[in-house]
Design a protein around this ligand. Structure first.
Ligand code: SAM
Length: 177
């Protein structure tokens, strides 16, 4: 299943850190990339650096019209999930979500109201306000588990470094010859 994140409402000064965390989480849990509705180039640069160090092909693409990105995605047969605390509960939505290509929309500030009707599913990760990072992580995990994949076992080919997990201490090997 292809998964792309659409990040709306990013404010360059205020949301730099959390948008970077949205992208890092998306990457770590198996999304292929993130569309960023902003001309902030800093997030793209940070994620490129992460890719060089740790591998994989995750991308950040700056966009100027989120509506036309949604239209293109849907015209190509993709489906759209909007994460919102007002939506139907994730465990209830999961059995309905069958698609080869999913766009997951997360907001920063208040999202444009149209998104509620453009989305195929408005999904709540619980119905309490919390964080887009937490909502995205749980959604990616549950979605992939439903299709028999473990989001925590996403592979990251290439890269300069790799962590060797240990019960205690840190080991990082260099893959650069
Ligand atoms: N104040 C904003 C508003 O009124 O729409 C919401 C800010 S919230 C921190 C930012 C984003 O986190 C939301 O757009 C939504 O994508 C996500 N989010 C927060 N709580 C959520 C929940 N319980 N379920 C799903 N997504 C959630």
């Amino acid at each position: 299943m292809r998964i792309v994140i659409l990040r709306l409402g990013h404010r360059i000064q205020r949301d730099q850190r959390i948008t970077t965390h949205v992208a890092l989480t998306a990457r770590a849990l198996g999304a292929e990339g993130m569309l960023l509705d902003s001309d902030d180039s800093g997030i793209e640069k940070s994620l490129q650096e992460v890719g060089v160090s740790w591998g994989g092909s995750f991308y950040v693409k700056r966009i100027t019209s989120w509506k036309s990105e949604i239209k293109k995605w849907k015209d190509a047969g993709g489906k759209v999930i909007h994460l919102t605390m007002y939506g139907i509960s994730l465990p209830d939505a999961i059995p309905e979500i069958t698609a080869d290509a999913l766009m997951i929309v997360v907001g920063a500030e208040k999202v444009p109201p149209e998104i509620y009707s453009l989305a195929d599913w408005n999904v709540g990760v619980g119905n309490q306000p919390h964080s887009e990072v937490a909502a995205l992580a749980i959604t990616l995990d549950r979605l992939q588990a439903a299709s028999g994949k473990d989001a925590l076992r996403t592979q990251f080919p290439g890269g300069e470094r790799q962590i060797i997990p240990h019960t205690a201490g840190k080991e990082v090997i260099s893959k650069v010859k």
